[in-house]
Design a protein around this ligand. Structure first.
Ligand code: NAP
Length: 292
């Protein structure tokens, strides 16, 4: 696949991309800068954030902020607004993995943390950036949710419920802020090979990030049974969807969810359907018993 050519789709705009020290957020920040935006890269890891910003070039600046600290989030927005004079786009991308625990045993502390990161922090940031967007009667807020917010059983329950909350936060905000010229949309990725999958299995962040690519061959092996487009989704695929929603080309798109999932949530791959139909017909011919 060739690299997208810069089209200047975000020329002159400024954006904050949370969770851009790695993975999907780093790809979004890079794509926004390629399209001409000035980008605030943010997360808790200073060395990694500075390295991402350096790789992107002069249009990117790193500012450290922890999503669970309201004061740091307010400073993040105030600092960006002070530095650039305006904020055109906020991407609420930062996230932590869910826990594969029975709903009956799910620690409420994990549930609370998932909501703090995936719903509460995006709400607070949305409130802060809106103050700068409303006077200009323009702005784009993009929340990165997940296919797990649309369908149960893809990830831990704490994560899935929080992502569903984020999807509905998007709609609630869109119907109100749309009246002030601000659009609020969601991008919902399917599986993408990033460090989040090893973090989900208990690896520390450095180990998880080093092995981020290891998820790709695993996904490539298992996904074609469920995902109609058999390729593994890339962080860059999600980034291009975010570029579209941030740009003026999406000026009339508000309150929507754009899935970037190779049709995972649209339905089952047709070849899987045919395989199962054949297996059922054979079983019917053999007396109605399905054999393994
Ligand atoms: N990868 C997938 O398969 C997939 C699928 C669907 C949706 N998503 C969503 O996509 C988003 C990005 O995930 P990813 O796959 O790119 O994972 P990732 O590489 O682990 O990125 C997660 C980002 O969130 C930041 N973060 C986590 N907790 C934070 C906190 N308390 N304060 C500030 N920043 C925090 C991390 O930065 P620091 O560690 O530096 O703080 C990191 O930059 C998440 O919302 C995730 O739920 C991912």
């Amino acid at each position: 696949m060739g690299q997208p050519q810069p089209l200047g789709a975000l020329q002159g705009k400024t954006a904050i991309v949370t969770g851009s020290t790695s993975g999907i957020g780093a790809a979004i920040a890079a794509a926004f800068a390629r399209e001409g935006a000035r980008v605030v890269v943010t997360g808790r890891r200073t060395a990694e954030g500075q390295a991402v910003a350096a790789r992107i070039g002069p249009r990117a600046t790193f500012v450290r902020a922890d999503l669970t600290d309201d004061g740091e989030l307010r400073e993040l927005v105030a600092g960006a607004a002070g530095r650039f004079g305006r904020i055109d786009c906020l991407v609420n991308n930062a996230g932590t993995p869910g826990h594969a625990v029975s709903i009956t045993d799910l620690p409420v502390a994990d549930f609370d943390h998932a909501h703090a990161v995936h719903v509460r922090a995006p709400l607070l940031l949305l409130q802060e950036v809106s103050r700068h967007m409303v006077p200009h009667r323009s702005g784009s807020i993009i929340n990165v949710a997940s296919v797990s917010g649309l369908r149960a059983g893809f990830s831990g329950h704490d994560y899935s419920v929080a992502k569903a909350g984020l999807l509905h936060l998007t709609r609630c905000a869109a119907v109100e802020l749309g009246e002030s010229g601000i659009r609020v949309n969601t991008v919902s990725p399917g599986p993408v090979a990033t460090g989040i999958h090893r973090k989900a299995t208990g690896h520390g962040t450095p180990v998880a990030e080093d092995g981020a690519d290891e998820a790709e061959p695993l996904f490539a092996r298992f996904l074609p049974r469920w995902q109609p487009c058999p390729e593994v989704g890339r962080a860059e695929d999600v980034a291009e969807a975010a570029v579209f929603l941030a740009g003026d080309g999406a000026r009339f798109v508000n309150g929507q969810n754009l899935t970037v999932d190779g049709a995972l949530t649209a339905g089952r791959p047709w070849s899987t359907v045919l395989d199962e139909r054949r297996a059922m017909q054979e079983a019917a011919r053999d007396g109605g018993h399905l054999t393994e």
